[in-house]
Design a protein around this ligand. Structure first.
Ligand code: FE2
Length: 423
């Protein structure tokens, strides 16, 4: 008896790029790859799933999260002011008690939570301001543990600044030597503006030396004079590293005057840098010193996107000192962006979906390994939705998660039984 030609066959799929079409296709998977896409494939498979016209999408990409602090909300105390800086103080205390097992356990639990909701690619920051590099080591080990079902990138992130303590620069470089995928920074939290400028230059120097990506927490503050994004842009232009560079948060960009913002936007377009906004957390963290009018505290997502720059969205935090809420559902981040960035036109809503899928893939440099196409690795999700707009509006349930050719997770959407009078 000849072996079945496919290991997994998804029947009657609605492709995200042709969501308005009534044409449904079958997707065949073998050896961890997508081998055929066509209507009504005649072959059979070891496992078949009838998708019944639901939406098939490339997986969600979580482009910005802190797995080392995830699931620690309230430890050792709650953030009463809700500010970024009280969060940093609380985390400074909590991280004294970190162990490898503590970080690994919480990180894996968080990744499973996200994977079950369709996230198969994650970029996490690891705080490397703590002398034992426990968080970094744990997340590098987690990267290896989860590699069969999740692609994880680790950013070496000096949470307390590179120059606030002479040891921090050494720790950052040690993190890269140990294998961190990207070098991070926090120039607006360095002791002086000059230290901030030096920190950005040092980040670019280390990225070139170790051939790593760059992802900097940049200008995550309401101060309209916090202008390290222009320093990143200058370094990106001079080094030619632009597409490998990401500026995360950049919330001060939302407070800049328009004349300066317009000039900066022009520079940014020349860099081809990537941007990550974290709307769930920044709508709650920022604007805390404002009375009224109260700023939204988010970067210029719509304008960056309209000017052709690559913008993706992250959740940033799940139940930690900065954000005690969070479910890891990327559609929540996309929906918040729709609201906070006033991206309510249908093309804008669709773009917010792309910001948690294809745009995130571009930020993470996933290149040819991402997308639902013949010959690509079989990573895809099936949503209980008709199109991108519907998925965001209803925070649609991810019914099936296929990772590297195998069914990884399955969820039933909630079902309501009406017991009231029939009308
Ligand atoms: Fe962050």
């Amino acid at each position: 008896m000849s072996p079945l030609p496919f290991s997994l066959l998804l029947r009657r799929c609605r492709f995200i790029d042709h969501a308005s079409s009534e044409d449904l296709v079958d997707i065949a998977i073998q050896g961890g790859q997508i081998t055929e896409i066509a209507p009504q494939l005649p072959q059979s498979a070891d496992q078949e799933i009838d998708v019944r016209g639901q939406l098939v999408s490339p997986p969600f990409v979580e482009s910005h999260i802190h797995l080392d602090s995830a699931l620690t909300a309230g430890q050792p105390r709650w953030n009463q002011s809700g500010s970024l800086f009280e969060g940093i103080e609380i985390w400074r205390d909590r991280k004294q008690t970190l162990t490898l097992e503590d970080v690994k356990e919480r990180a894996i639990a968080t990744l499973k939570l996200q994977a079950s909701q369709g996230v198969l690619f994650v970029r996490t920051h690891a705080d490397v301001s703590e002398s034992t590099l426990t968080a970094l080591q744990a997340l590098l080990e987690v990267r290896q543990v989860v590699k069969d079902w999740m692609t994880l990138q680790v950013v070496a992130f000096p949470q307390d600044g590179i120059y606030s303590n002479p040891k921090n620069d050494v720790l950052l470089e040690e993190a890269l030597a140990r294998g961190a995928d990207a070098v991070g920074g926090i120039p607006h939290y360095e002791l002086t503006r000059e230290d901030g400028v030096c920190s950005v230059q040092r980040i670019f120097e280390l990225a070139a030396k170790y051939d790593r990506l760059i992802d900097v927490h940049c200008d995550e503050i309401d101060d309209d004079q916090s202008r390290f994004l222009e320093v990143m842009a200058a370094c990106a232009l001079r080094s030619d590293l632009g597409p490998r560079v990401t500026a995360s948060h950049t919330t001060a960009f939302g407070s800049y005057n328009n004349a300066y913002a317009l000039k900066l936007m022009n520079f940014l377009q020349r860099t081809q840098m990537n941007f990550i906004a974290n709307p769930l957390i920044n709508i709650t963290l920022q604007g805390r010193t404002d009375t009224y009018p109260k700023r939204r505290g988010i970067t210029r997502v719509k304008e960056l996107w309209r000017n052709g720059l690559n913008v993706s969205l992250g959740t940033d935090c799940i139940q930690d000192p900065w954000y005690s809420l969070g479910t890891g559902n990327m559609l929540e981040a996309a929906a918040m962006a729709v609201h906070v960035c006033q991206m309510t036109g249908v093309d804008e809503i669709n773009a917010c979906y792309d910001m948690v899928t294809t745009h995130g893939a571009k930020t993470l440099k996933l290149l040819d390994g991402y997308g639902v196409e013949v010959g690509k690795p079989a990573n895809l999700i099936v949503l209980d939705a008709r199109d991108r707009y519907d998925a965001i509006r209803r925070r649609a349930t991810v019914r099936y998660v296929i990772s590297q050719g195998k069914l990884l997770a399955q969820t039933e959407p909630p079902a309501t039984q009406w017991h009231g009078d029939e009308m």
